[in-house]
Design a protein around this ligand. Structure first.
Ligand code: NAD
Length: 354
């Protein structure tokens, strides 16, 4: 299992180092892992004048999976747009053809108080949003702003999906449902949009190949409501780019803590890039304060979804549960009566709990 490790900027290197520590501990127990690091984002610009240096891209292409920290920081905010750290991220996603974005929202019972919703609504929440990442309204042509016949400015975007694009992300959704609770809810707006009508038809076709998965359909407005009313009804939510963008942020807030959530972006062969959903947190960078659990849990996702190594993934997730059950916390999730740890000590605690 070849992993390209791209720590990035700010707290990226601190949190990535903890995930690498956990992976090394598994390697000592016999998991055949190879890891190599390269700079991306601001670090890429500093090293090679490019937020995605050629050597970094080659390493990522040659690897089976990529583990990424975070990119960006005030130091780079004045650079020309193509040189900005975020461009490195957008380019690597495109180069690796990562069209399926997986965002889990899992709430550990010990952290139920961190949510803005009542503990009984969210405690034990464990859902996965599978979002299409390279089509839909964000990429559809034609698009633009022009002067219309009446002489006023008019803007337009195109919601567009080819059935092959729907089919490949639907397969990923069903395959993930098979590894979880075998329930998939496809979210669209088929009562109003032709794009959604096609989406629903193709999802129903793909579902025939996964007879064990219970398929349901929901309109996006209802899904937004159900996510705060009764989020535990969901196992896997499959949806397009724009609806997924909005719903995945809503779902991540159910858990109340940005430092706990990982994510994955996959290609057709389940090669993936795994990263925490948070950014580079310049306000706490270099202070050993960051919560590394989102990155450690991203590494667990990598083992499960790219390497189909559920046992190792479960070990990491159980380790994180154990650490939380012991009352060990970083600053972002600490509550009275718990023990405050720094970033590195939290990584050590997970290794000890493995
Ligand atoms: P951010 O996620 O970096 O930080 C938001 C807040 O959450 C900050 O107060 C931060 O201290 C806190 N936080 C974030 N991660 C944490 C962790 N692991 N542990 C404890 N606290 C944590 O978002 P931002 O402040 O809007 O952006 C900062 C920089 O990160 C910007 O340059 C932005 O462009 C970049 N960014 C990168 C990514 C990415 O690499 N995928 C995503 C979002 C933002």
């Amino acid at each position: 299992m070849k992993i390209a490790v791209l720590p990035g900027d700010g707290i990226g290197p601190e949190v990535t180092a903890q995930a690498v520590k956990v992976l090394r501990a598994l390697a000592r127990d016999g998991l055949a892992l190879e890891m190599e690091e390269a700079p991306i984002g601001g670090a890429g610009y500093d090293a090679a004048g490019d937020p995605l240096p050629e050597a970094t891209l080659r390493l990522a292409q040659a690897a089976d999976a990529v583990l990424l920290g975070a990119v960006g920081g005030p130091k780079y905010d004045t650079l020309a747009r193509p040189l900005r750290p975020e461009q490195g991220l957008l380019r690597i996603r495109k180069e690796l053809n990562l069209f399926a974005n997986l965002r889990p929202a899992r709430l550990y019972p010990e952290l139920a108080e961190a949510s803005t919703l009542r503990p009984e609504v969210v405690s034990g929440l464990d859902l996965m949003i599978v979002r299409e990442l390279t089509g839909d309204l964000y990429f559809g042509e034609p698009r633009g702003i022009h002067l219309n016949a009446a002489g006023e400015r008019e803007a337009y975007n195109t919601m567009r999906y080819a059935e092959s694009e729907i089919r490949r992300v639907a397969h990923i959704g069903f395959q993930i449902a098979m590894k979880r609770g075998k329930k998939l809810c496809s979210v669209e707006k088929a009562n109003v949009l032709e794009t959604s009508e096609l989406w629903r038809e193709v999802v129903i076709e793909v579902a025939r190949e996964y007879p064990e998965v219970a398929l349901s359909h929901m309109y996006v407005d209802n899904a937004a409501m159900q996510l705060v009313r009764n989020p535990k009804q969901f196992d896997v939510i499959l949806t397009g780019n724009i609806f997924g963008d909005i719903l995945s942020d809503e779902a991540s807030m159910l858990t109340g803590s940005i430092g706990m959530l990982g994510s994955a972006s996959l290609d057709a062969a389940s090669k993936g890039m795994y990263e925490p959903i948070h950014g580079s947190a310049p306000d706490i960078a270099g202070q050993d304060k960051a919560n590394p659990l989102a990155t450690i849990l991203s590494a667990a996702m990598m083992l499960r979804y790219t390497f189909s190594h559920d046992e190792a993934a479960n070990r990491i997730e159980a380790g994180v549960s154990k650490v939380l059950a012991k009352g060990l916390r970083t600053g972002d999730i600490v509550t009275p009566g718990c023990t405050l740890l720094g970033c590195a000590a939290m990584g050590d605690a997970v290794v000890a709990a493995l």
